[in-house]
Design a protein around this ligand. Structure first.
Ligand code: KIV
Length: 268
């Protein structure tokens, strides 16, 4: 049996975890301190998600996020990690125009930001062709099917996907096509647990679930959601491990009162 300990998380290491039925952990980070804490906590994959747009930049959805913003934040995350794999999320319209521009944008995550791979949403014929081209260009790709938040306008909201048979089949076929195209893993977002279980059993590459039940090979969440640091909306499947909003608010109020009342700084 291959030892599943690693100084640095690689694609092969994640495949070995799946083979040995050991779970993969993933969380999002967008800056140096959170990435450093995740890395030291032993999280396998740090995703610099385009959820950046919502939880850090305050937009209502991920559509306005730019390549410049993603590269900027991915650089900070890469500077923080020692062990975790860092994946940069390709933002809306960075991989929808020409194949050439899409490859050039993906390569910026590798060459400029120092990421280990990219994630992109969807599994249309054009996306599958792009995944093949990226793998050909030596760029590891994580797929993403089910609820793809960049499709929010077309699908009419952040809704569970694959509840009807035809849509479930399309998601299943999409995940298989991503594996065939060379993706090293695939995110399954907001789909029924049974569908996620079937896809996970059918694929050789790991599935990383978010709102997709317990049977995926690994699980990812948005760090701001589990830390209680996002006030607008928390999906029902999120487990909140802390309430940093309250803790930060108490600290800021105490500082504010200390300065206003002259208790801080002290003369000594
Ligand atoms: O942008 C993001 O954070 C994501 C995860 C939720 C999978 O895509």
């Amino acid at each position: 049996m291959v030892q599943v300990q690693s100084d640095r998380v690689t694609v092969c290491y994640l495949w070995e975890l799946k083979r040995q039925k050991k779970k993969i952990t993933a969380l999002t980070a967008y800056d140096y301190p959170v990435a450093r804490i995740l890395d030291q906590a032993g999280v396998d994959v740090i995703l610099v998600g385009d959820s950046l747009g919502m939880v850090v930049l305050g937009y209502d959805n991920t559509l306005p996020v730019t390549m410049e913003e993603m590269v900027h934040h991915t650089k900070a995350v890469v500077r923080a990690r020692t062990r975790a794999m860092v994946i940069g999320d390709m933002p809306y319209l960075s991989f929808h125009l020409s194949l050439k521009d899409s490859i050039a944008n993906a390569a910026r995550f590798i060459k400029e930001a120092g990421a280990d791979g990219v994630k992109l949403e969807g599994a249309t014929a054009q996306r599958i062709q792009l995944v093949e081209a990226l793998v050909e260009a030596e760029i590891p790709v994580m797929g993403h099917v089910g609820l793809t938040p960049q499709s929010v306008r077309r699908i009419g909201g952040f809704k569970v996907q694959g509840t009807e048979e035809a849509k479930a089949e399309a998601i299943f076929r999409g995940a298989l096509a991503l594996e065939k195209a060379g993706a090293f893993a695939v995110v399954l977002e907001s789909i029924p647990a049974e569908l996620a279980r079937e896809i996970t059993a059918a694929l050789k590459i790991p599935t990383i679930g978010i709102g997709a039940g317990p049977d995926c090979d690994g699980h990812v969440l948005v760090s701001h959601d589990i830390l209680g640091l996002y006030d607008k909306f928390v999906p029902s499947f999120v487990k909140q491990y802390a309430n940093l909003w309250q803790i930060s608010s108490d600290a800021f109020k105490a500082y504010n009162e200390d300065v206003k009342s002259g208790r801080y700084p002290e003369r000594k």
